[in-house]
Design a protein around this ligand. Sequence first.
Ligand code: ATP
Ligand code: MG
Length: 305
Amino acid sequence: MEDALNAVSIEGIVKTFGNKVVLNGVSFTVRKGNIHGLLGHNGAGKTTLFRIILGLLNPDKGSVKIFGVDPKLDPSIKSKIGYVSEHLAFYSQLTVRENLIRFGDLKGVSDCKKVVEDLIRRFELSDFADVKFAKLSMGTKQRVAIARAMMNNPKLLILDEFLANIDPVWRHRIKGILKDLKKDDVAILVSTHILADVEELCDYVTIIRMGEILYDGSLDDLYQKTGLKNLVAKINTNNNNKAYEILACINASKAEDGTLIVPVRSEEEVSTIIQTLVDNKMSVYEARVLKPSLEEVYSRLHRGC
Ligand SMILES: Nc1ncnc2c1ncn2[C@@H]1O[C@H](COP(=O)(O)OP(=O)(O)OP(=O)(O)O)[C@@H](O)[C@H]1O
Ligand SMILES: [Mg+2]
């Protein structure tokens, strides 16, 4: 029966190449309507895991379920998946349009020609539609690959290093498209080394290291887990000297720009601080928690702090 919550559930995945154990009992789930980041160093096993989820590679052990269905028993479930691979597989001597139509026909997309023209418009590929794939720039190739992955209106989108070569304008637009898909309950599983994108996009992250899961959970919990002792609030008021005196008892310090930095244990504590200042007849211009960057959290996690 189809799983109401999970788009992907993998359990105990083991994969070895020769005598090298690449994945050593990896389990996690990707929920519908979530953007889930798979992180890990070069060679951590991210692409291998994607290929196993897609049924392109067999694991030595473990199970994969797509929307609760074992794709080996019911391969038709794969029609719900869109995939952008790390190595783009296109016919280099066919044009963008020809490539997209051939793929759509292969996937049995109904009204394929119209769908292709819609994608060409949506991804602003008109200028390239009649250009051979081989002649495109790397970023445009990736854009075509993302357009192609959307062709069958996937309910699960798997994107491997998908923004690596794309310019800032299109990165922003593609991220917007992904956020819209998420609203439509599409599950999106991405791998990227660009942590700012993870920070902006992902609800959940799974970090793999040396074949095992180092962290699996929400991005918020990851910050809590590793960044707790660094959580601070930045406070700016109409009279920061007076605010400094009031907040001295909770270890406020002055920043170089004259604002105050106060250590806090949670975001909720900031409202207590605001209330205290307002009770003292002060105007609060700014009060926000400064989170450690994901970059910092990530390296701290790898150091085992
Ligand atoms: N077909 C294969 N035969 C032998 N070894 C392989 C094969 N595919 C992957 N590997 C090895 O498995 C390990 C994991 O590779 P994988 O491509 O999954 O890493 P990755 O996390 O995607 O890395 P990157 O961030 O560089 O893309 C690497 O050591 C790689 O050399
Ligand atoms: Mg990879």
